[in-house]
Design a protein around this ligand. Structure first.
Ligand code: 4AD
Ligand code: MG
Length: 459
């Protein structure tokens, strides 16, 4: 008989008679001549109740089944007289696949997130993490669905790169040079390295995406990116997934319209397709989640300039650790104040001073600010970072010179402005930050299967 997943079983209107289920035992309790088990197979939050009676030939072994053991159950799906479930399985054959010892770390009590991080290989077997990673899967699918419906093309961009997109110097080097030889020679000779030049893991697929937007029109990349920033915060990891749409013939306003539509679409999809898992988050993880989701879905996101934001921050009576003045890179405390306390909803900030933004952002007419946009959201801070791109060759070259960028390395990027240049815009949405926002999970380490952070590469 074919194995049925519990998510399908529990939705059945009529019993198909016999079923086969395989999964892990969450709890077992025995009473005279019976064993009741709650089995979970990871397909959904709900367990299925299994009843094993004393007349099963291996009943003696069944009585030794512990929490965490894996089992295979064949039996009749019957309406459950008990409360809390529609169906139960009356076991006719129950095989123990593997008996978990008493040392199985996930016993019935609630465990802290910190503890569960130390057993990240087992945590997806808990209710909360099972829900988080099912949602993560569904959201990745929703991204592709959204873009397919909008006629975008999916682009995969290189993970190993010879250029620095953000220019923030936070890249992981990729090399095949032998460290022993490098030590002997006293320096790294990149001409002898695999690619004949310095190479790194990408911090963003944007520059490649721009080339394709200027060929296929509307494209998006969705993949892992890497940053060697040494910030041990609850919102940074060294390896994270970024969604990067890039749109030809698109200005900053259309870029924001797109970002707002995307965030609402994905949030609505989560509510519709993962309602059971989402209910767990609002009941047990973050009591203010429902309200936040409601705000995301039903408010018009705010739109203000960086300059206006600085004025709001200055006028607020709030004490910030980092002093506010025009020209600073906004800190998380400022971003969260604006989204959480002042606007109480997501807010786009535009037109940042050029000095704190990368070379590719389009220069505004004032010559001082660029057409940058960040989306700040309650609970997280920055969710999206993007811009309209500088499409004018002379202005781009001037800006790159000012910033001392090696022009020769970017010859191909400049070519795109030389031949059929066109206005275009895009942004990057941090996938883990998005998941934090819609689950209320407050540490980014808990929405990514195996987090990579400074000093930690377990699992
Ligand atoms: O603002 P960022 O640095 O933008 C870019 O990389 C642009 N090149 C994207 C583009 O325009 N195509 O990063 C984009 C988003 C941030 O807003 C944040 O959500 C997320 O990526 N992010 C991180 N998420 C987790 N850990 C980190 N260390 C992150 N750094 C950025
Ligand atoms: Mg940013």
């Amino acid at each position: 008989m074919k194995r049925t997943k519990i998510n399908l079983l529990i939705k059945l209107e009529k019993s198909p008679g016999n079923v086969l289920v395989k999964g892990w035992v969450r709890t077992r309790r025995g009473s005279k001549g019976f064993s009741f088990m709650e089995i979970n197979d990871g397909s959904c939050l709900k367990n299925i109740q299994v009843i094993a009676t004393g007349d099963l030939k291996n009943y003696h072994d069944i009585e030794t089944i512990t929490t965490g053991s894996s089992v295979s159950v064949a039996g009749k799906l019957a309406e459950s007289p008990g409360k809390g479930q529609k169906w139960e399985i009356q076991a006719e054959n129950l095989e123990i696949i593997n008996l978990a010892p008493e040392s199985y770390p996930l016993q019935k009590k609630r465990h802290s997130d910190e503890f569960l991080r130390t057993i990240a290989h087992l945590r997806p077997r808990t209710n909360k993490y099972g829900a988080a990673f099912r949602l993560r899967s569904e959201m990745a699918f929703a991204i592709h669905k959204f873009y397919r419906e909008k006629g975008f093309r999916y682009l995969t961009t290189p993970l190993i790169t010879g250029s620095d997109c953000e220019g923030a110097g936070e890249m992981f080097r990729v090399t095949s040079l032998d460290p022993e030889k490098v030590k002997e020679q006293g320096e790294m000779d990149f001409t002898m390295d695999f690619f004949g030049q310095e190479s790194n893991l990408t911090v963003s697929g944007q520059l490649s995406a721009e080339m394709f937007a200027l060929a296929l029109g509307d494209v998006y990349t969705f993949g892992p990116t890497f940053r060697a920033e040494n910030s041990n915060t609850s919102r940074h990891v060294a390896e994270f997934w970024m969604l990067e749409p890039e749109m030809a013939f698109c200005d900053l306003k259309e870029n924001m319209d797109h970002g707002e539509e995307l965030v609402k679409y994905l949030t609505r999809h989560a509510m519709a397709e993962c309602s059971e898992d989402m209910a767990l988050f609002s009941n047990f993880v973050d009591k203010s989640l429902s309200k936040r989701i409601d705000t995301i879905l039903n408010s018009e996101f705010g739109r203000i300039s960086y300059g206006e934001a600085i004025e709001i921050l200055k006028k607020s009576k709030k004490k910030f650790d980092f002093k506010v003045k025009y020209g600073i890179d906004l800190q998380s405390e400022h971003e969260r104040f604006l989204a959480e306390e002042y606007y109480k909803k997501p807010v786009f900030l535009t037109d940042y001073p050029k000095g704190i933004k990368p070379f590719y952002m389009r220069m505004n007419d004032d010559g001082k600010t660029v057409a940058a946009v960040d989306l700040l959201v309650p609970g997280i801070g920055e969710l999206i970072g993007g811009s309209q791109r500088e499409e004018r060759l002379d202005i781009l070259e001037k800006r790159m010179n000012e910033m001392n960028l090696p022009m020769d390395d970017y010859w191909w990027y400049l070519d795109s402005r030389r031949f059929g240049s066109a206005p275009h815009s895009g942004f990057g949405l941090g996938f883990e930050r998005f998941l934090m926002m819609i689950t209320g999970i407050s540490n980014i380490r808990d929405v990514i299967p195996f987090p990579r952070t400074p000093g930690r590469i377990d699992f």
